[in-house]
Every structure is written in C-alpha cells, then in structure tokens.
Design a protein around this ligand. Structure first.
Ligand SMILES: NC(=O)c1ccc[n+]([C@@H]2O[C@H](COP(=O)([O-])OP(=O)(O)OC[C@H]3O[C@@H](n4cnc5c(N)ncnc54)[C@H](OP(=O)(O)O)[C@@H]3O)[C@@H](O)[C@H]2O)c1
Length: 283
C-alpha cells in the first residue's frame, strides 16, 4: 500500500503544490504474508533535494523505465521543459539511462532557468544550458522530456522530427475540471504530438480513461488515435507491446500515473538496505 495526500493551487496556467503530507509505504512479504516494512516519508533518492522536497521522488524513475525502452540508444541531446522538482530529477534520471552530452532547458521564467543551470550543472556530466523558447528545446534534441506543472501544451507536434522520443508527466483528473479549478483538462503537449507519433505508451491507460486525462483522452476523442493503439508500460516491459521499431520512429511515453509496483520495488530495496545497515525499529 502507498498512501499520500497532496494539495494544489491552479494559478497562472500552472499547478503548484501547496502541501504534501508525508507519504506512507506499507509492504508485505507476498510469500509468507508477513508485514515487512512501514516507511513514513519519501525515500531521499536525490541528494540535491532538501528534505521539504522529498515527495514525488519516484516519478522520474518511472519515466526513466519507459524512456529507456522507447528512446534511441544513441540519444545524446536532451530537451527539457520545466525547471522545478521534477525537472531536476528527470535531468539526472535521463542522464543515467542515455549518454547525454548536452541539455537544453526551458521554463517561463528566465530567472528559474538560470537558477536551474547553476544548481544542476554539477550533477550531470552533460553541458546544461538554458534556452529561451520551447521550440529551441525541441529542435535537434534526441530525447524530449516535459517535466512541468503547466495546464496548457508546452510541446507542439510541429516542432518534432523523426527519431525523437517524448516523455511527459502532467496529468489530472476530471474532478479538477468539474470543480472548476482548471477550465479544461490539463495538457502538456498538443494533439499534433500524438498525430506524429508512431508509438504511444502510457503508464496506465485505464487511469487516463478514468480521469479523462487531456493528453491522451482528447486525441482519442478527436479521432487522432484509438485506445487500442496505446499500450501500457507494463505490457511494454513484459514484451507484450511493441516499442520503437527503428531509429526514425517518433515515440511517446505519457507517464500519466506512478505505479504501485514501482513504489513497492523501492520499499523492498529500502528494507534490504536498512536491514543490512541495522537502521530502523523492529515491531
Ligand atoms: N505523472 C506522474 O506520475 C506525476 C507525479 C508527480 C508529479 N507530477 C506532475 O509534475 C508536475 C510538476 O511537479 P514539480 O514538483 O516539478 O512542480 P514545481 O517544482 O512547481 O515545478 C513546475 C515547473 O514547471 C514550470 N512551468 C510551469 N508552466 C510552464 C510552461 N508553460 N512552460 C514551461 N515550464 C513551465 C515551472 O517553471 P516556470 O514557473 O519558470 O515556468 C516550474 O519549473 C505536477 O504539476 C504534476 O502534474 C506527475
């Protein structure tokens, strides 16, 4: 089990966290049914994060799993949208799975862009530079990662070129639309991205359908793609869904929902490390 509560404000065309309670992981041993571990608080996976930012740390890792399967092996240029928590973690995660040499980052504020370069430059071997438009992020990039809090598309399909891979993390649920917090479902890319994509994978298609998440739900509603043409990350990992077929395909990973199985893999890892180090309280 994994329990968490988050609060947001939706202002200025973006979603901001206003509170995130400590997360609680509860893991059982599936062979013996014994309670294995209870973890209170997120795992401090990234050393550049201060403790108050220790939540949502798993997201970039889930992104890396799908991206690793879908992106070209020789991806060297990363185009990054966003300069916040998720962008910092996605930068590091993407540089772990590919031999990234150069990173271009963009968000709305020039000050945030400069601060990101200053803060994160030493955490990866790639050269990190700020650019002043979304298009400059995308042109010439091999891997494009949208790690923003936006409510509106930041990535336009017309900027894409063959061989590129796109990973995108923004999602919302229809309750947010119904209560009027956003005027329409949140989007991180426009329909043209899906129109240009040869392969589209979601972390969870069911979640996208249930929550009417804009980046997939709207292209399906607009007849650009059908749900049958979109596969789940689990199917991709298990070899039951087709990934990239050649270096010219455009692939999209809509990382629309973290996965319990990922949290539990981390909880089990934490258990092994804590036990080996003699950390924790036995109950
Ligand atoms: N899929 C998942 O599993 C999952 C899990 C956790 C979180 N998330 C998503 O991750 C989002 C970001 O979380 P976070 O912790 O990184 O928030 P954050 O620290 O507030 O960062 C948000 C970033 O988005 C940038 N941004 C906002 N609007 C933009 C635009 N139009 N163009 C370019 N950049 C823009 C902001 O920079 P500027 O102000 O400079 O533009 C900021 O750097 C959340 O809103 C949530 O939707 C997804």
């Amino acid at each position: 089990m994994f329990i968490h509560v988050e609060r947001f404000s939706f202002k200025g065309g973006a979603q901001q966290y206003t509170g995130a309670g400590k997360r609680v992981y509860v893991a059982y041993n599936t062979e013996t049914a014994a309670l294995k571990i209870i973890i209170v608080g997120s795992l401090p996976l990234f050393d550049f994060d201060p403790p108050e930012d220790w939540y949502g740390t798993e997201t970039a890792i889930t992104s890396a799993v799908g991206t690793d399967i879908l992106a070209r092996k020789d991806a060297k240029v990363l185009g990054l949208f966003g300069t916040g928590r998720q962008a910092r973690r996605h930068l590091v995660a993407m540089c772990r799975i590919r031999p990234i040499e150069s990173v271009r980052v963009f968000s709305r504020s020039a000050e945030n862009r400069a601060a990101f370069v200053e803060r994160m430059g030493s955490h990866v071997s790639a050269k990190v530079e700020a650019v002043d438009s979304g298009e400059a992020v995308v042109r010439g990039a091999d891997l494009i990662c949208c790690a923003t809090g936006t409510n509106f598309p930041v990535l336009m399909g017309e900027w894409l070129s063959p061989g590129q891979h796109v990973t995108s993390i923004v999602a919302s649920n229809k309750g947010v639309v119904e209560e009027g917090s956003v005027t329409r479902p949140r989007r991180e890319f426009d329909d043209e991205v899906i129109a240009r994509a040869d392969r589209v994978i979601a972390t969870s298609k069911d979640q996208a359908i249930q929550d009417e998440q804009g980046d997939l739900f709207e292209p399906v509603a607009n007849g650009i793609i059908s749900w049958d043409e979109i596969s789940d990350l689990g199917e991709l990992v298990a070899g039951k869904a087709t990934g990239r077929k050649n270096d010219d395909e455009i692939t999209v990973f809509k990382q629309n929902s973290d996965q319990g199985v990922g949290f539990m893999a981390l909880a089990a890892l934490a258990y092994d490390k804590a036990t080996a180090a003699g950390i924790g309280i036995e109950i």
